[in-house]
Design a protein around this ligand. Structure first.
Ligand code: ZN
Length: 150
C-alpha cells in the first residue's frame, strides 16, 4: 500500500513539476476561471469544443499549490479527446472519489486520477484537487464568470 502511495505521490509531483496542457488556447470557445481563496489557487481553463461536442483541445493557466496544479494537469490530460458528456461523467466520478462518497472499487476508469484518492483524508485539500474540475464544468456549461470553491 505504501508503494502505491509513493507511486501516486510521484504522479502528482511529476505533473506539478511539468504540467501538461499548461497553455492559453487562442481559439478556445469556452473559458472559465476558478478560485480557491482558502488556499490561494487561481486558474483559468480554456476549452475548444467541436460542433460534435468533443473536447478537441484544452489548456489551463494560473498559479496555486502543487495539488491544484497537478490536478489541473491530469484533468486536462484525462478529458482531452472525450465528449463533453464523458468529461462531465468523469468529473462526477472524480468528485465522488475525493469527497469519499464512492468506495475504492468505483475508482475504475479514472486512470492516473486515482492519485488524488488520498486527498479525501484532508478536507482542505479536496478543494485544491477539485478546483480545475469545477472550473471545467463551468466552462462547459458556459456559465462564464468565476467559480469559487467557497
Ligand atoms: Zn491548493
Amino acid at each position: 500500500m505504501s508503494e502505491l502511495r509513493d507511486l501516486y505521490q510521484q504522479i502528482i509531483l511529476d505533473h506539478n513539476r511539468a504540467p501538461r496542457n499548461f497553455k492559453k488556447l487562442e481559439d478556445a470557445n469556452r473559458v472559465a476561471e476558478g478560485d480557491n481563496p482558502l488556499c490561494g489557487d487561481k486558474l483559468r481553463v480554456y476549452v475548444q469544443v467541436s460542433d460534435e461536442g468533443v473536447i478537441d483541445d484544452i489548456g489551463f493557466q494560473g498559479s496555486g499549490c502543487a495539488i491544484s496544479k497537478a490536478s489541473a494537469s491530469l484533468m486536462t490530460s484525462a478529458v482531452k479527446g472525450r465528449t463533453v458528456q464523458e468529461a462531465e461523467r468523469l468529473f462526477g466520478t472524480f468528485r465522488d472519489m475525493v469527497t469519499g462518497k464512492a468506495p475504492e472499487t468505483k475508482e475504475a476508469g479514472l486512470g492516473k486520477l486515482v492519485a488524488f484518492a488520498g486527498v479525501r483524508e484532508f478536507p482542505a485539500r479536496v478543494k485544491c484537487a477539485s478546483l480545475s474540475w469545477h472550473t471545467l464544468h463551468a466552462a462547459l456549461e458556459a456559465t462564464a464568470a468565476t467559480v469559487s470553491t467557497e
